[in-house]
Design a protein around this ligand. Sequence first.
Ligand code: G1P
Length: 308
Amino acid sequence: MTNSTTTTNSAANSAAKPVRKAVIPAAGLGTRFLPFTKAVPKEMLPVVDRPVIQYVIEEAVDAGIEDIIIITSRYKKSIEDHFDRLLELEDQLEAKGKSDEAKGLRQLADLAQLHFVRQGEALGLGHAIGTARNHVGDEPFVVLLGDDIMHRKAGVLKGMIDAYNQHQSSVVALMEVPQNDISAYGCAAANPMADRLVEVTSLVEKPAPEDAPSNLAVMGRYLFTPTIFEEIAKTNPGVGGEIQITDAMVSLLDREKLLGFTFSEGRFDTGKKIDYLRAVVEMALERDDLGHEFRQILSDIAKRENLC
Ligand code: G1P
């Protein structure tokens, strides 16, 4: 039933509940990274020594999320294996006196409660999120795109959860991009509210630059009240013939307030080769065990290439 009484109840029920659950869509084909992605999911691309999706899960856990639903598809089994226990290896490491490494593997498997749901058909991001409906139930939840790394310093997910706790509204991460790039993103028109918060007034998926209402692009983090599931269920295929989450959010705007959490740096779209390379360099530079030596190597390369 989707009458207004249900809406009010659903919003009121979820308002009292903390944000505990996350949905990570990771079912996409990763064609921009072929041939690598022929046999390995794009979410398993290594950034130093961890796959991209591990950074995403660690970000969620860091923000207080306890329960994570990963939406996968065929050929994504290695994601499940990565977060599973591997007792034989743990035993071998212990036997060789490598207790720290064995402990690291156990901690990885204990990061959060992980659940895997298959999206049988690639019907779009909105559809993928919709497959988590039964598991999420009547609770607010966050969505983290499985190939977008957000740097801890940007504080995006935590900021979004704080905004939800204060306003009990859905929140979407927004970043200004050059006008010419807006056609790669969902685009939001919004009014300033407070500090880094805006109130979204309209949204459009991948507009032509000349039709875009602003240069505020939707980035890979969302926080939704469960009302979004009702809107996804009613959403018809849009751009690219896919069920778009942006279109479901447009319908959500008719029923509930939608906030935007703005940020300006710290996002790496690892599905794009150039951004993937940037992520590897930035993350390696921050590592205690590698940063110093790697900085020297980069400096030598920069001199050799006359970059400085
Ligand atoms: C998806 C969303 C889009 C959003 C983007 C962020 O597009 O549909 O609204 O701006 O993620 O990365 P995709 O990159 O899957 O084409």
